[in-house]
Design a protein around this ligand. Structure first.
Ligand code: FES
Length: 203
């Protein structure tokens, strides 16, 4: 009986997380994704707690939208970047304002994501959504030059806890508390619109 109650509690926690993630997307105007859609991309609770890989179907993800899934108990964003996003990430002005623009800190991503866009395919960013300062979840802020982030803001992630900033490749800005880029987990494409988080092609 104790196990049953524990599983119910965990399922409720998961449900609350997914609802919060969806509300967050909707509030930013990048959502339109339903709870069942996000839920359908997750494996069973038992598999996830065991650290199993998570498969993400991106076929309904529009440019500029991101979804959140859980992998090994951590939230992971899958962002489908727009052509403008990708162009902005290569701007020299942005690169100069970043601490590690070329992903040289090897602990923060697999080798195949040690590049400017920190990804296997430029269109998709897959990144653990925990700030590398003290672990808060940053906010997705894709808009250009909003009043609170300044005229140079090209879209990115803002951590509300202590103000760290990351671009849409998860690269950290200079002069913020977070020391390193966001972590890219191991992942691979099983098909054009199917990503598996937790495995790499070479494993
Ligand atoms: S936890 Fe993000 S800035 Fe401190």
């Amino acid at each position: 009986m104790g196990t049953v109650l524990s599983e119910k509690s965990m399922l409720n926690q998961r449900r609350r997380f997914l609802i919060n993630a969806t509300v967050s997307l909707g509030a930013l105007g990048v959502g339109g994704l339903s709870v069942p859609f996000i839920s359908s991309m997750n494996p069973s609770m038992g598999a996830r707690t065991a650290g199993a890989p998570v498969q993400v179907d991106t076929s309904r993800l529009q440019p500029g939208e991101q979804i959140t899934v859980l992998w090994r108990g951590k939230p992971v964003w899958v962002l489908r970047r727009t052509p403008d996003n990708i162009r902005n990430l290569k701007e020299e002005n942005l690169r100069r304002s970043l601490r590690d623009p070329d992903s040289s800190v090897s602990t923060q991503q697999p080798d195949y994501a040690s590049n400017e866009l920190r990804s296997i395919r430029s269109e998709y960013l897959v990144v653990i959504s925990l700030c590398t300062h003290l672990g808060c979840i940053p906010t997705y802020r894709p808009e250009l030059a909003p009043d609170d982030l300044g005229p140079e803001w090209p879209g990115g992630y803002f951590c509300p806890c202590h103000g760290s900033r990351f671009d849409l490749a998860g690269r950290v800005y200079k002069r913020v508390p977070a020391p390193t880029n966001l972590v890219v987990p191991p992942y691979q494409f099983l098909a054009d619109t199917l990503i598996e988080i937790g495995t790499s092609k070479e494993t």
